[in-house]
Design a protein around this ligand. Structure first.
Ligand code: PEP
Ligand code: MG
Length: 869
């Protein structure tokens, strides 16, 4: 295979191979934008290297050829003593992983070429600064030396001075000191050979794919572990050549609101990574207009070109070298959830995309984020300061000042806010654990902002008035107010406000819109337009899992087209538990019937309320499913109670204890539950069916569907169905009778089961449990994280349908069920019904509806629309 692509050979659709950065550098090159020349080593080469522990055959030569071509084009050789070509070695995976992997700049410098660079540039200081940066970055990234050793050495040399006040002599001394650190820490000299530098850097980038923080980030973002990263070798351009040079980042529109305009940060006389790292304070991009009007205009032109070309918001990194603008990166930019909806409809209004495409430009996860609550009145809380509104939402919690402490306290169930001067990739675990992130430095493109937005986590950044002291675990706000570790603060990612104490929260306007309030602002209008269009294109219906009239009503407001799962077991708890005990304790048919007779009117009342809330829409009621012992007291508690009471023990307690012992099972989830209960306890299912029929008669336009759980054989269903049909006929009520498909055998014999079932509903919770043999109640904590690390699966199969295994069973059941009964209704009611990827899968295999919890209904509607496009 071909492992190396020149920028002129690639394009934006080759992200699998070239990674996001490489594919877009190629795209920009090909549309004529000023990109420094270079080439990309493919992710396939990385996968080979990681899989075999060595570089693929022929790669070295291929790199050599492309390097030679680059050298010919630039008219100088890598590291050439009198006029060196320098290159950067940059990681770039298919999915952006901000700051997770490595980059090394200024490859090609050594004791000879630094002199050449100084001569050619006429700038000694620049040359030595570039060289010390190389040794520092290379030392840390490639040689694995603790970065603080370099920073401390630099601080020692600087004393009270700023970076920019170091002169060429200082920097030359620093180079010697840095080389000393390398020698001391690695036992060998800093490699002077330019090609060796490059090869080692490439290897380090490949290795960084498996750095712990990259693994953690991928798991969080659900990025598959086996993609690998591409590597870009790019001719260096320099933003640190003097005051007419600089570097910056920009968005083609506001990633927070979607508004058009100039959004970015610029840093004079600096090299790329300085901006993203938030080390020095940047100026707003607008200032570039004064500093270099020509480059500014060209940049705005390029941004407009990119928006038209990508038909989307782009973010860019650029460098200005002695007045000349160079594009170092672009990609379709990350944005907040609110901006995603606004931008999608704005682009429609600007004629760049149509509504179909607008629907595909937003996700169910983004919609879910917009439904999060906001702060209610903040008047009662003291506002400490206002920073930048980097990532939306509202969060309150105890201030913590290190990633470790965040993880520790969150582990104890505390809500925490991670407060840092700035974050870096090592803070990732703390950011995940925290409710929100607050930093005192860095702009909207700082690490904290970018990562928090990606995670959907509330973030306020650049709150410069705060003096954060991580060592003392406190920060000081204007007015001398000190917030210590453990004090509660609240941050508003929408406004950037930081408050002392806990601020109460209120529902979001988007959630209120789904509750039926009219669209009153721009964002809600955008949501409304997109939801309306998604509804018009989707094929899947969306139903709710609801078992109270309140939930049913809310689900209906959120757009549910019926109930796909009404679990009846919740109706036997509380005060009714005693009636269930009576049923279990019944010694004679008469006693049993008396208990059932007591339950029946209560059940009728339950169903009446739900039918009324869902009037005119189908309501699938599932007959009782869980093992009966779940309704009885705990064995140990009861045994102790009876033993302590001795001879004085209550007779009912004694009988209950016997029943608990009798009903005890080693594997209750595989035991007496579902249809097995119905076939074992006479009258139980019949009582429920009678209650359904009675309720259906009471409510006009009630559309009942009766669902039998845990069926594995058509015979089970036939027996229950016969009785149910008799009861329905007696009552003069029509109701479809169907089954859940949640035992693998049911899926495999779906052709037979469909003879008796008018509908199937996939119970993917149990189906996943029984297909994998993972206990759905225990497994997540025990070994799932290990399995995720090992890549057995990329995401828990209880969260997202395992397409190859569980999904295969579903396909079989769909196909064979339809073959037997072409008009059979097919749905899903496991938790997966509200999971975006699973909704797409259900669309693909041709289900009629998905059913999910009421709050997920808008998400399912949107994803069903996206799946259809
Ligand atoms: C299922 O198993 O997927 C299901 C919906 O039933 P329950 O979760 O009640 O077992
Ligand atoms: Mg189940």
């Amino acid at each position: 295979p071909k492992y190396v692509y020149d920028f002129t050979e690639g394009n934006k659709d080759l992200k699998d191979l070239l990674g996001g950065k490489g594919a877009n550098l190629a795209e920009m090159t090909n549309i004529g934008l000023p990109v420094p020349p270079g080439f990309t080593i493919t992710a396939e080469a990385c996968r080979h290297y990681l899989g075999h522990g060595r570089m693929p055959e022929g790669l070295e030569e291929e790199i050599g050829e492309h390097l030679a071509a680059l050298e010919a084009r630039m008219g100088k050789r890598l590291g050439q003593a009198d006029d060196p070509l320098l290159v950067s070695v940059r990681s770039g995976a298919k999915f952006s992983m901000p700051g997770m992997m490595e980059t090394v700049l200024n490859i090609g410098l050594n004791d000879d070429s630094v002199i050449g660079l100084a001569k050619q540039s006429g700038n000694d200081r620049f040359a030595w600064d570039s060289y010390r940066r190389l040794i520092q970055m290379f030392g840390k990234t490639v040689l694995g030396i603790d970065g603080e050793l370099f920073e401390d050495a630099m601080d020692d040399l600087k004393g009270e001075r700023e970076d920019t006040e170091l002169d060429a002599g200082d920097l030359q001394r620093l180079v010697e000191i840095f080389k000393g650190i390398v020698r001391e820490r690695t036992g060998r000299d800093f490699p002077a050979c330019p090609r060796e530098q490059m090869d080692l850097a490439v290897r380090a980038v490949f290795d960084s794919w498996n750095a712990p923080r990259a693994i953690l980030y991928r798991r969080q973002e659900r990025i598959p572990a086996d993609l690998g990263t591409a590597v870009n070798i790019v001719a260096m351009v320099f933003g640190n050549m003097g005051p007419d040079s600089g570097t910056g980042v920009a968005f083609t529109r506001d990633p927070g609101s979607g508004r058009q305009g100039v959004y970015g940060d610029y840093l004079c006389n600096a090299q790329g990574e300085d901006v993203v790292a938030g080390i020095r304070n940047t100026v707003p991009l607008q200032e570039l207009e004064k500093i270099n009007p020509a480059a500014y205009r060209e940049l705005l032109d390029i941004m407009a070109t990119l928006e038209r070309h990508y038909r989307d918001l782009c973010d860019i990194e650029f460098t200005i070298e002695r007045g000349k603008l160079w594009m170092l990166q672009t990609r379709v930019g990350k944005r907040t959830a609110a901006a995603a909806f606004r931008i999608a409809t704005q682009l429609v209004d600007e004629g760049l995309i149509d509504m179909d495409e607008a629907v595909t430009r937003v996700t169910g996860d983004q919609l879910a984020q917009l439904m999060f609550p906001r702060f209610a009145a903040t008047a009662g809380n003291h506002r400490l300061t206002t920073g930048m509104n980097a990532s939306p939402g509202a969060a309150a919690g105890r201030a913590v000042f290190s990633s470790e402490r965040a993880v520790e306290l969150a582990g104890q169930g505390e809500a925490v806010i991670l407060v840092r001067r700035e974050t870096n990739p090592d803070d990732l675990a703390g950011m995940i654990a925290a409710r929100g992130v607050l930093t005192s430095r860095g702009g909207k493109t700082s690490h904290a902002a970018v990562v928090a937005r990606g995670m959907g986590k509330t973030c306020v950044c650049g709150a410069e008035e705060l003096e954060v002291d991580p060592r003392a675990r406190r920060f000081t706000a204007p007015g001398g107010i000190v917030v210590n570790e453990g004090d509660v603060i609240s941050i508003d990612g929408g406004t950037g406000a930081v408050y002392l104490g806990e601020v109460p929260v209120t529902p979001s306007p988007v959630a209120r819109y789904f509750e039926g309030e009219p669209a009153e602002d721009e964002l809600v209008e955008a949501v409304d337009r997109i939801m309306t269009h998604a509804d018009s294109v989707r094929r899947l219906a969306v139903r709710a899992n609801a078992d109270t009239p309140e939930d049913a009503a809310r689900a209906r407001r959120y757009g549910a087209q019926g109930i796909g799962l009404c679990r009846t077991e919740h109706m036997f708890l509380g005060e009714r538990r005693r009636l269930v005990e009576d049923l279990i304790l019944a010694a004679t048919p008469e006693e049993r019937q008396a208990a059932l007779d007591a339950l029946e009117p209560l059940q009728t009342g339950d169903f009446t309320g739900i039918f009324a809330a869902m009037r005119g829409l189908p309501v699938t009621i599932r007959l009782i499913d869980p093992p009966l012992h779940e309704f009885l007291p705990d064995l140990t508690d009861l045994a102790v109670k009876v033993a302590v009471a001795g001879d004085a023990a209550d007779d009912r307690d004694r009988r209950l204890l016997e029943a608990v012992k009798r009903l005890h099972e080693q594997n209750p989830m595989l035991g007496l539950r579902g249809v097995r209960l119905g076939l074992t306890i006479p009258g139980l299912f019949a009582m429920q069916v009678r209650a359904i029929a009675a309720a259906a008669r009471q409510v006009e336009d009630a559309r009942a569907e009766i669902m039998i759980p845990l069926v594995g054989a058509v015979q089970e269903l036939e027996i229950v169905k016969e009785e149910a049909e008799r009861i329905l006929a007696e009552a003069g009520v029509a109701a479809a009778i169907g089954t859940m498909i949640e035992v693998p055998r049911a899926a495999l014999t779906a052709g037979q089961i469909a003879e008796a079932a008018e509908f199937f509903s996939f119970g993917t919770n149990d189906l996943t449990q029984m297909t994998w043999g993972f206990s759905r109640d225990d497994v997540e904590s025990a070994f799932f994280s290990r399995y995720l690390d090992l890549g057995v699966f990329g995401v828990s199969p209880f969260e997202s349908i395992d397409r190859e295994g569980v999904g295969r069973l579903m396909r079989v059941a769909v196909e064979e069920g339809r073959r037997t009964r072409p008009d059979i209704k097919l749905g899903i009611c496991g938790e997966h019904g509200g999971d975006p990827d699973s909704v797409h899968f259900c669309h693909e295999i041709g289900l009629d509806y998905v059913s999910c919890s009421p709050f997920r209904i808008p998400v399912a509607r949107l994803e069903a629309g996206r799946a259809a496009l």
